[in-house]
Write a new protein. Sequence first.
Lengths: 291, 373
Amino acid sequence: MTPDLLEEGARRRAQLASAVVSGKTESGGRQAGFSRIATPGEVDITHGRILYLEDVSVSFDGFKAINKLSLDIAPGELRCIIGPNGAGKTTMMDIITGKTRPDEGTVFFGSTIDLLRYNEPQIAQMGIGRKFQKPTVFEQLTVFENLELALKTDKRVRPSMLFRLDSAQGDQLAELLHTIHLADAVTRMAGNLSHGQKQWLEIGMLLVQEPLLLLLDEPVAGMTDEETERTAELFLSLKGKHSLMVVEHDMSFIRTISEIVTVLCDGSVLAQGTLDQVQADGRVIEVYLGR
Amino acid sequence: MMADVSTPLVQLPQRSPLLTRMGWSTFVVAALLVCVLAPALNLLVPADSALHLSDYAVALLGKIMCYAILALAMDLIWGYTGILSLGHGLFFALGGYVMGMYLMRQIGRDGNYKSDLPDFMVFLDWKELPWQWALSDNFTATVLLVVLVPGLVAFVFGYFAFRSRIKGVYFSIITQAMTFAAMLLFFRNETGFGGNNGFTDFKRILGIAIATPQMRMFLFVLTGCTLLAFFLLGRWLVRAKFGRVLQAIRDSESRVMFCGYSPLGYKLAIWTISAMMCGIAGALYVPQVGIINPSEMSPANSIEIAIWAAVGGRATLIGPIIGAFVVSGAKSWLTVAYPEFWLYFLGALFIAVTLFLPGGIVGLSRSWKRGGK
């Protein structure tokens, strides 16, 4: 806990206390206290952190893919993660999204939700969206059907049988199709799109899920310069409304979008700061160039 | 720069109709063929006329329509969801056995031993009905059990298999083992299902004699209507978002999970629906062919269902129905004309379809249409 975090916490507590209608509820000179009710499934970000990993470790056949990793992300933040191959970037995303169980450590979404107790679909429904390293869309469905599937709705079996797109959802999809520049490809099979378009479609599928936190694994890989530029614009426009964690190797892309960059190496955080700071860091230079 | 999002000009695709105009006309023609033309040609046209539909043809077509229901059920689970079951013969046989038990009880005291018990029980010197026969004299219970028994077996099996995330060829092998184990179980006399002879010599259903042309025609029409109804049900299921989730599971299951869908419920739902359809097909099949025995559970029968679906064209609904007619039709002709070549033909057909016609017959006709344009 840093002093400014403590201060921020104190300020929020004061706000909450003043929000409670102060009646004459005191006893023995002490004020009555009211605690907030933790609503199940609701992400509590009053403590200023939307994702919180502490001392997470996981090993595969003796190889420590993640080693005592601690990391946290604030609501609305756009965090870039860089690191050499095998640093554990994808494994970290696997852990956050429930695909891999860590051997030890804690992973919290907001202050109240212990992500290790949920599986992939539950975590996705709570508001963590993920884009894979290799663009993964449903190739045998059209662009529109891909987006409709991802749309935030009741995702149980029976509602899916009876689902009909209402006009508000239709407008939402139409708007999104513009945003991801696929308005001309609505009825095209996703499998026939170009690599960059698939990346965009997958990002679009994330956005219609309306996630609070987006995990993006190499979102601009295989994109043209123009597409990369548009992606940067899109991410910057998402910042603030959503929290984003972007894993990338493209340094110029990171320079465009990043505030804070975290460098992972051998499964733990090596350095953190602005891109210039970490690029000047001797240890970072060593892991990128020294070997 | 971003496009102007305030006035989206995107034309969102319309929801596709249950059947196209062309589809509905074909559907009505098929319904007329089954419900009007076939009964008229069989019952009203005299036997010496060239237009007469023989009893043999009615029996054969009725049987093939049962197979077509199986192929349709296989298409939902394999073609659309990508789960290859090699144990669908079990669900078919279970439905058939439930119906067979009822038909055995309908024989009453007209059996060889003039006993209340079915003949094979007298033969085994049993004095009373075993527990599993408790509801067998009640037609309503039989109809319910025809659906519930295969449904329940499928649900329990599917729950554990899908929860353990068993996929692909492993799932296929387990289903194959399941039907084989059930076959061995039903072969035993102690199980109480007539051992390797199974059930036969049925006399009546609901007190009405089975072996009359009218009753046979009734069963034929009932089978045809069931097939048509299941086709519509299948269309409804795959046209809904439910069906697209199934296809999404087939193409990329992990993406489906990260979209917030739990594949377990979807797989279990379509798996159970598919098994229930097979049970109904079995119950329609048994009174028409007049026999049910454990060989219906043999793995080869289940594999044949998959071949019908593959030959006709997976994930098309109409394809597997066509496949069932073509392959079973060829079988009934070849096993008479060249009995020793049937299995070679079947094997060659499967290899040819896999290598040259991944879309099956329907896929071929579609690519011809596209080529013609």
